[in-house]
Design a protein around this ligand. Structure first.
Ligand SMILES: C[S@@+](CC[C@H](N)C(=O)[O-])C[C@H]1O[C@@H](n2cnc3c(N)ncnc32)[C@H](O)[C@@H]1O
Length: 494
């Protein structure tokens, strides 16, 4: 397909992209074990924006209705023609019109029953083809950072995926074909593009990292993964913004994390292999199987010693009858563990069921029972306990039980500090929640400290200009002023 400058080919596109990136202090190079990589050609300081990119195409997820353009959930009106897409007002509808006009026509022809089976991925693919056609026809302008050739350059891993996945992609491609009804369409190419989505598309999140949708960002997609990344990807609306989280010297590869980092090396490796089809060899992953790494994964995902006073970690005994504490030597029977795990499992199902029916109080009681059982089984720094505390925090916030919510928020912090890098947005956001709860509960000094920690991290990951960050700075200033006032009126030396 079509070269950006009219003389065809990805080479011209790449040259132009390199030129545009060089103005930003960046360059693309290829290395055999990773493919394309983004490198810096100058130093970047913590918090500095490395690259911003608008989505080539994006779709909101299906969790609730959202504006097609800005992903807001308020003041929505459904498109009266296709009955699929929502807009929050004229501005969003107008700016999306060129693309939606053609998508709307295509969707309007699809039967009511089939419309229900159209997933966000299918819509993303339909939009991808429509956008590239509109750019071909010069209805939508082509720019260096906004063209289909960049999509063509994305890695697809078509030769690495299994038969079952290929069949699924082929079925999805047929559905796209059915919607578009283009006689010249290449179904094999659509299937390959689904494979590209799988290892290149990004989940678009709000400022608090709640997922809103999916987008394709072909330039940001050049950035490779590290489990100890030097950069972070955040979204400002639909705009992808990559910021340095540490000082990045000239000549360094820019890296972000593709996955949830809370997990042992083996868990992270599994996630990367399954979705992105590579084995990570980053500075954390090369430690796989070493003593420290075994201990770390036993603490994060393994069982605790049966003796409550012992802080040892357990390893499977050679006879596979149970686990032995590596500190005091105490044996823990496999069946005893299995019984507790089964109890937790059944309670988790009941808690999710209660939540799905809006019985939050019941759900909180069940999660507290789960917590009790998990404390018998896992370490204080266990990922499983962390997830239970997160669930309890969320439910208790919704129930406006601030005191209990704060208790669980505080419990998560040491686990977050262990599983996330020092400057990770989730750690910053958790400090922010803690600070807000402490403030509401009148714990001024603690609130000031938590909000200060939150601001320290989030000013780097989120920048300083958004409404979200301005609100945080206002709260921090309020807490600081009240804290200083308390000190001066008490005359205490803090
Ligand atoms: C979003 S793309 C990144 C850019 C890619 N290198 C390219 O050439 O287009 C994701 C793919 O890059 C490769 N990749 C990313 N991070 C990697 C890493 N740390 N080690 C090896 N391969 C990596 C994997 O093939 C993965 O599926």
């Amino acid at each position: 397909m079509k070269g950006v400058s009219g003389c065809g080919g990805g080479w011209v596109v790449m040259e132009e992209l390199q030129e545009s990136l060089s103005d930003k202090g960046l360059t693309v190079s290829s290395v055999p074990e990773k493919g394309r990589c983004l490198f810096t050609t100058r130093d970047f300081s913590p918090g500095e924006v490395i690259i911003c990119e608008e989505a080539y195409v994006s779709v909101p997820n299906k969790s609730s209705a959202k504006c097609e353009r800005c992903f807001t959930s308020t003041n929505l009106k459904k498109c009266s023609a296709c009955h699929v897409v929502y807009y929050c007002g004229n501005t969003c509808q107008k700016s999306d019109w060129k693309l939606h006009r053609v998508e709307c026509k295509a969707l309007s022809k699809v039967g009511k029953e089939r419309i229900k089976s159209i997933t966000p991925s299918i819509r993303l693919m339909v939009k991808l083809y429509l956008r590239s056609k509109l750019q071909d026809e010069k209805v939508i302008p082509i720019t260096v950072m906004d063209n289909y050739n960049l999509v063509e350059s994305l890695v697809s891993h078509m030769t690495d995926i299994d038969e079952k996945q290929l069949v699924l992609y082929a079925q999805m491609a047929n559905l796209v074909n059915l919607i578009l009804q283009w006689p010249e369409i290449n179904v094999k190419e659509i299937a390959e593009n689904f494979s590209k989505f799988s290892c290149n598309a990004h989940t678009i999140c709000d400022t608090e990292l709640k997922p809103l949708g999916t987008g394709l960002y072909p330039v940001v997609s050049i950035i490779n993964h590290s489990c100890l990344p030097n950069s972070v990807l955040i979204f400002e609306g639909r705009m992808a913004v990559v910021r340095a989280v540490q000082h990045i010297p000239k000549g360094t590869e820019v890296s972000i994390s593709y996955i949830e980092m809370a997990g042992s090396t083996a868990t992270r490796q599994k996630a990367l292999k399954e979705q992105y089809l590579f084995s990570c060899t980053c500075i954390r992953c090369i430690k796989l199987g070493q003593h420290d790494d075994i201990q770390e994964s036993a603490v994060l995902e393994g069982y605790r010693c049966k003796d409550k006073r012992c802080s040892g970690f357990l390893l499977r005994d050679p006879g596979n009858k149970g686990f032995t504490c590596q500190l005091c030597g105490l044996f823990r029977d496999k069946q005893e563990i299995k019984n507790i795990v089964n109890e937790i499992q059944s309670l988790s199902e009941k808690a999710s069921f209660s939540l799905s029916y809006g019985y939050k109080k019941d759900a909180s009681v069940m999660y507290k029972m789960i917590e009790k059982l998990q404390l018998k089984l896992y370490h204080q720094l266990s990922i499983y306990l962390m997830r239970t505390w997160e669930n309890l925090l969320k439910i208790l916030m919704e129930l406006q039980d601030w005191k209990e919510a704060l208790k669980y928020c505080r419990l998560t912090i040491p686990v977050y500090q262990r599983v996330y890098p020092e400057c990770h947005p989730l750690l910053g956001l958790q400090y922010y929640t803690c600070g807000k709860l402490e403030w509401w509960l009148g714990e001024t000094e603690e609130a000031y400290r938590s909000l200060a920690r939150a601001a320290e991290i989030l000013r780097i990951t989120h920048g300083t200009n958004t409404t979200f960050m301005k609100e945080l700075f206002v709260k921090l200033e309020e807490a600081r002023a009240e804290f200083s006032y308390k000190i001066s009126s008490k005359g205490e030396d803090y």
